[in-house]
Design a protein. Sequence first.
Lengths: 301, 302
Amino acid sequence: MSETALHSTPRPRDVLREQLRTVGLALRAPATVATVLAAGVALLVALGLAKSGTRIDFHPELSMVPGIAGLVLPLAVWWGEERFGPGFFWTLPVDRGRHALTRVAAGWMWLMTAVLAFVLWLLVLALLTGGNVLGDETVRVVSLPPLAPAVGIDPAAVRTASRAAQPLFWLVPFTAASGAYLLASALALGTRRPLRWIVGCVLGFFLVLGTVEGARAVSLRLALTRVLEAVFSGPYGLDALLTARSESLHTVVTLATGPTVEVWRGLPTTGDWAAATLLWTAAGMIALWLAARRHGEGRRG
Amino acid sequence: MDLQIRDLSKTYPNGVRALDDVTLTIPRGMFGLLGPNGAGKSTLMRTLATLQEPDSGSARLGDIDVLREKDRVRQTLGYLPQEFGVYPHVSAERLLEHFAVLKGITGRRARREVVDGLLRQTNLHDVRRKKLGGFSGGMRQRFGVAVALLGEPRLVIVDEPTAGLDPAERVRFLNLLSDLGENSVVILSTHIVEDVSELCTRMAIIDRGRILLEAEPLASIAALRGRIWRRVVARGELPAVEAAHAVISTRLLAGRTVVHVHAQSHPGAGFDSVEPDLEDVYFTTMAGLHAADAAPLPEVAR
């Protein structure tokens, strides 16, 4: 029996470097579009500044863009690659589960680079427009339940508060993008048709809601609303992950005296944001690990 | 070093028995696996390419247990599937470099040399910067061969490579394949008889998961000599001829029907003896007639 000559297997760092390269190539087109969009927005800001002297404060945590980028990036990372079935890649001497996770890691590194560029771009806009970066700011705060109407608010209920700059919140775009990317990657890796799952879940939700409404089940409807609130805008909900709750706490109200003003229904806290980030990131990592297990040896058709 | 397949069986959940006690010994060189669509060729190819588990049986490549030591097999495997999903927006050169890294050729200089050499060997060097999405079917298949040859594999599996190629591309592709078998076990799975007759020194015919014939093409053709008869018939005569003789194939020639009949002696008026070819071997085997003719096969050089 003869000894068969084998070629060496690639080291993990070689595979990661290679995945960084290929994912980078796959992201060229979306990156070009994003750059054009950023340039367009910068132009609009410059025009606004010239016309009205609009200032832009540096609040990267207010933007949903990094979170949305994290959600859609896996589509670009896995575009055109056969994720399931006896594909060609299985015959290469790189474990498929590890290969998939390495590709996810490469996509995450590019995502962090893009988010860093985005945050720097916001900082440049703030500096160019003379906006606030590190100084305290005065904000309006009003106690308003989440679903209460935002019109006819008594001006006496609106108080002003000084809000110190919280540089920790500058990390929100990075953690938001990471958490969203982990969850979306788990969906992309763990399901054969992720878009069908998303559409199915949305349709299922509306079906349940319609049934509850039709049956006039008030308590069930209330419970459903509470669950949704907790998942999306609760202290540890998705909004806490994506914007440190800025999106749900920051709103516009019309005062009883007529004017419309921006108010906070409460100020975001780093504690809620950190807890939500830990929670959703852990959930994303567990989901990703389970998804990667579907790509292990012996899981093929 | 040869590939020894013993009693390999696979039944799919829907009850289709794709492999039925397949036993083959495949020596170094080009080996043709011939069979109709659905015969079990791709199941066998995917099993040997570590992509699929059989229900039972064994396969050894030299000292490697193909079914259990998948990582070792993949370190010496070159696989060209019917369709390999690749990135259409990447250039041939870039993608070949990508696969080279995944096959363990990580040194930049060595990789450049290997990639450059394979692109020249497959006649793709001039279009190396072109995106794969713009390649013709033949160019893609040649690119697939370049990928399969990365790392000098000892086992090369080529699954239905010429399906869909135009004649010129097919000839170019077969010329390329003909160079492969010097140092490796090369298995060419196909339903095109000409591919096997032009390239392979040994072959097997498979149908419904069973090996019907394992032979050298030339020897199996010789075994049929004097037993294949040809006759041109009107279309209306065909049923009567089929009822009276062992018709192994019918084909159209300039609008007329030509039948090939297998018979030990002259089958009657209108029939001419013809020199058999591999297609006759194939159809005779599929009709279950070849076993009676086959001469004892020479031992395979080990």
